[in-house]
Write a new protein. Structure first.
Length: 295
C-alpha cells in the first residue's frame, strides 16, 4: 500500500505529513511525500530554464530531507519533487505514477471555518481526485497520536454507499481498529413527505443502520468490533457534534452524488461536517478506480 502526501514547508504541509505517517504506521503503508513546484514562467534571460528548475528542485529536496529526517524509522518514507502548472494536477499525476491508494493533504488555508480551513488546492483535489483523499485538521502535526484508534463511517443510502462501506471495512480490517457505523438522520430523508415527520425519518434511519450493520458484520471476521449508531439534529453540524470523538479517531465519507464517475466531489454534507470536526476525514470516490483510469 502507498500513500501520497502533498507536502509543503508550511504548517499545513506538516499536518499532512503527520497524518500520512499516522496512516502509514496504522496500515503498514509506504509514505511518499511529494512537493509539486511551478515550472519556469518568464524567467529572466540570465537564468536558464534548466538552472531555474534545478534551483527549485534543490530547495524542495532540502525541505523534504529535513521533514522526512524527523519521521520515526518504523515508517517507510520517500520524497519526490515534480513540476506542474497545477499543484492539484501534479499530485494526482504523482498518485497515478506511484499507484497510490490515497492522497493525504493538510486542511489549513482559506475557505472554511473550524479545524479544517480548505485552501484552493485541497478544495480542487476534493472535487477531482480519482483516489480517496485524507484531509488532516489544523494542528495534526502537534499531536502525539501514532495510530488510528477507531474508524467512523458515515453511511447514507445514496449511490456509492456500498463502496464507502467496503472501503471502511477493508481499512478497519487492515488497521485492526474498531469500526463505528453512523447514520445521520438529518441527512437522508429520502421522500419529501418524510421531511416534516421526525419519527418516520428516525425509524427509517434506525432500520437502515441495522441493515448496514448486518452487511458490515458479514464482511468482518467473527467477533470483529463493529457498532452502529443513529444521531439526529436540526442540522448536519448539530447531529455530527453529538457523536463522541477521541484522539486517534478518523471519519470516512462518500463523495457527492454530483461527482463524475471515479472522481471526488465534496458535497455539502461533508463540507458541513468539516466545520465542526477535529478528526481527519477521508473522502472516498463513489466508483471504484481501475488501473485504466490512472493518469
Amino acid at each position: 500500500m502507498r500513500l501520497v502526501v502533498g507536502f509543503l514547508a508550511t504548517p499545513g504541509g506538516g499536518d499532512a505529513l503527520a497524518l500520512g505517517v499516522r496512516l502509514g504506521r496504522t496500515l503498514g503503508a509506504e509514505v511518499h511525500a511529494c512537493i509539486v513546484m511551478p515550472p519556469d514562467r518568464g524567467v529572466p534571460a540570465m537564468v536558464t530554464t534548466g538552472g531555474y528548475e534545478d534551483l527549485l528542485a534543490e530547495q524542495a529536496t532540502e525541505w523534504l530531507d529535513r521533514a522526512l529526517g524527523a519521521v520515526p524509522d518504523d515508517v517507510v518514507t520517500q520524497g519526490h519533487v515534480s513540476f506542474s502548472a497545477s499543484y492539484a494536477d501534479g499530485l494526482i499525476r504523482e498518485a497515478g505514477r506511484l499507484e497510490a491508494d490515497a492522497l493525504v493533504v493538510g486542511g489549513s488555508g482559506g475557505g472554511l471555518a473550524g479545524s479544517f480551513s480548505l485552501g484552493s488546492v485541497v478544495n480542487e483535489l476534493l472535487h477531482s481526485s480519482p483516489v480517496p483523499v485524507a484531509v488532516a485538521p489544523r494542528g495534526a502535526r502537534l499531536s502525539g497520536i501514532e495510530r488510528v484508534r477507531e474508524v467512523t463511517c458515515a453511511i447514507g443510502e445514496r449511490e456509492g454507499a456500498d463502496l464507502l462501506l467496503d472501503n471502511a471495512v477493508r481499512f478497519s480490517m487492515a488497521a485492526g481498529t474498531p469500526l463505528r457505523l453512523v447514520s445521520l438522520v438529518a441527512l437522508d430523508p429520502t421522500f419529501g413527505t418524510l421531511r416534516g415527520d421526525a419519527d418516520a425519518v428516525h425509524r427509517r434511519a434506525l432500520d437502515h443502520a441495522a441493515r448496514t450493520l448486518d452487511t458490515a458484520k458479514s464482511e468482518l471476521p467473527e467477533g470483529f468490533p463493529v457498532t452502529s449508531t443513529v444521531v439526529d439534529g436540526p442540522s448536519v453540524e448539530t447531529a455530527v457534534s453529538k457523536l463522541e470523538w477521541r484522539d486517534g479517531d478518523l471519519i470516512m465519507v462518500g463523495s457527492s452524488r454530483l461527482s463524475a464517475p471515479k472522481r471526488l466531489f465534496l458535497g455539502s454534507t461533508a463540507a458541513k461536517m468539516l466545520r465542526v470536526l477535529d478528526v481527519p476525514m477521508v473522502v472516498v470516490p463513489r466508483d471504484q478506480l481501475g488501473e485504466e483510469d490512472l493518469p
